[in-house]
Design a protein around this ligand. Structure first.
Ligand code: GTP
Ligand code: MG
Length: 378
C-alpha cells in the first residue's frame, strides 16, 4: 500500500472511530455495572480496588488522548488551508489539463512545487526521483500520478532517517530550552504557547527574559508568564543576557522547575557578535545545568519563505540548533517550506505554528501535515 493510501486510511479510521466509540462506551458501562454488582456481593481487598482505579485512569487518559489527537488533526487542517487551496487546486488543474505524462507535465509540476516554496534543490531531487519512478513503474495514469506525488513528497521528508521531533527532556533537574531567531518571527509567543501547554501537562515552567536588547521585551515576556502561570526571571533593559540566564537557572534549580524557556534577542546584523553572545549563553547554561541547553530551538517565520531557509543555514553555522519551530504556517499559501527545511538544512522541524491560539502550536507530524495539505485530494 502506498503512503498516500496509508495516510488516507489512517485519518478515515479516526473519523469512523468517533461513531463506533459510542458502542464501546456502552459496552464499557455494562461491564462496569456488572462489576459494581459483584462488588456488592464480594468484599474486595484494598489492593484490588487500587488496581482497578489504575486501569480506569488508564482508560480516561486513553480517551483524553484520542480527543486531543482529533483536535490536533483539525488544527492542521485549518492551519494549512491556504497552502492546500493553492497547492491542491494547481495540482488538480495540472491533472485535468493533461491526458498524458510528458515533459510539459513535468515542467508544470516543477513550477508548482517551486512556487510552493519547496526549494529549488529539493524540487530538482524530487523531479528526478519522480521521473525515474514513472518510467520504472510505467505509470501512465495522471490520476494515479497525483498519489505518487504525495508519496514522494513524504519520502523527501522521511528519507531513511528516524525523525526525531520529540523534545529532549532532561532525565533529572530542569530541562532548558533556548529560543533563538531573528526579530519578529514569533519567539516570545511560541514560548508563551509552549509554557501554557506544559502547564496543562502539570509541569512547573519558568520563563527567562534573555532578550535584554529590545525595549519592552522583558515586560512582554513577564506578562506572558503571568498569563500562563509560569515563574519569571528578568532584569532591566541593556544588562548582559548571560547574567539574567544565570540567575534564572539558579532559581529554577532551587524551585524545582521542570522546564525553563529562555527568550533571546535575535539580531543577525553582526554574525560574530551573535555567535559570541550565544557561546557565552551556552557556557553559562552549561555551568549550572551540565547537559544544558537540552534544546536550542530556532524559530522561523514560514511566510518569509527562502529567507527563512537562509536564516536557518546562518544560525546552524553559529550555534548548535537542535530543532526548528516554523511559525505562521497558517499565514502562507506556501506550506512546502517544511520540506525545504528538512532537505536543505537538515534540522528537524519540532513544532509548527498554525495560528495565534495556544492550541495552534503543534508538535510537527509529517503524516498530519501531508493530510492537511492534500486532504481535498484524498
Ligand atoms: N498567524 C500567526 N501568527 C503568529 C504565529 N506565531 C507568532 N505569531 C505572531 O507573530 C508576531 C510576532 O511574534 P513575537 O513572538 O513577538 O516575535 P519575536 O520573535 O519574539 O519578536 P522580537 O521579540 O521582536 O524579536 C505576533 O503578532 C504573534 O502573534 C503563528 O503561528 N501564526
Ligand atoms: Mg520577542
Amino acid at each position: 500500500m502506498g503512503l498516500f493510501s496509508k495516510i488516507k486510511n489512517m485519518f478515515k479510521h479516526n473519523e469512523e472511530n468517533e461513531e463506533s466509540s459510542l458502542n464501546v462506551e456502552e459496552e464499557q458501562r455494562i461491564e462496569e455495572s456488572k462489576e459494581e454488582h459483584i462488588e456488592e456481593v464480594k468484599e474486595e481487598t484494598k489492593k484490588e480496588v487500587k488496581e482497578r482505579n489504575k486501569e480506569e485512569n488508564k482508560e480516561e487518559v486513553k480517551e483524553e488522548n484520542k480527543s486531543i489527537e482529533k483536535e490536533s488533526v483539525k488544527v492542521y487542517e485549518k492551519g494549512l488551508s491556504k497552502s492546500r487551496e493553492n497547492f491542491v487546486s494547481k495540482l488538480i488543474n495540472l491533472t485535468n489539463g493533461h491526458k498524458k505524462i510528458d515533459d510539459e507535465y513535468f515542467d508544470e509540476l516543477e513550477e508548482i512545487l517551486i512556487m510552493a516554496d519547496i526549494g529549488v534543490d529539493t524540487v530538482m531531487n524530487f523531479m528526478d526521483r519522480l521521473r525515474k519512478r514513472v518510467s520504472k513503474e510505467n505509470i501512465e495514469d495522471v490520476e494515479y500520478l497525483k498519489e505518487v506525488i504525495v508519496d514522494e513528497l513524504f519520502i523527501i521528508y522521511v528519507s531513511d532517517e528516524i525523525i526525531v521531533n520529540k523534545i529532549n527532556y532532561a532525565k533529572e533537574g530542569p530541562t532548558v530550552i533556548l529560543f533563538v531567531g531573528v526579530n519578529g518571527v514569533g519567539k516570545t509567543t511560541t514560548i508563551a504557547k509552549l509554557a501554557s501547554k506544559l502547564h496543562d501537562e502539570g509541569k512547573k515552567v519558568m520563563m527567562v527574559a534573555g532578550d535584554t536588547f529590545r525595549a519592552g521585551a522583558t515586560k512582554q515576556l513577564e506578562e506572558w508568564a503571568e498569563k500562563t502561570n509560569s515563574l519569571f526571571v528578568g532584569k532591566e533593559e541593556g544588562v548582559d543576557p548571560s547574567s539574567v540566564i544565570y540567575d534564572g537557572l539558579v532559581k529554577a534549580k532551587e524551585e524545582n522547575v521542570d522546564v525553563v524557556l529562555i527568550d533571546t534577542a535575535g539580531r543577525l546584523q553582526n554574525k560574530t557578535n551573535l555567535m559570541r553572545e550565544l557561546e557565552k549563553i551556552n557556557k553559562v547554561i552549561g555551568k549550572i545545568i551540565p547537559d544544558g541547553p537540552n534544546e536550542t530551538l530556532l524559530v522561523i517565520d514560514a511566510t518569509t519563505g527562502q529567507n527563512g531557509i537562509s536564516q536557518a543555514k546562518a544560525f546552524k553555522e553559529i550555534t548548535n540548533v537542535t530543532g526548528i519551530v516554523l511559525t505562521k504556517l497558517d499565514g502562507t499559501a506556501k506550506g512546502g517550506i517544511v520540506l525545504a527545511i528538512k532537505e536543505s538544512v537538515g534540522i528537524p522541524v519540532k513544532y509548527i505554528g498554525l495560528g495565534e491560539r495556544k492550541e495552534d502550536l503543534q508538535v510537527f507530524d509529517i503524516e498530519k501535515y501531508i493530510y492537511g495539505l492534500f486532504k481535498d485530494m484524498m
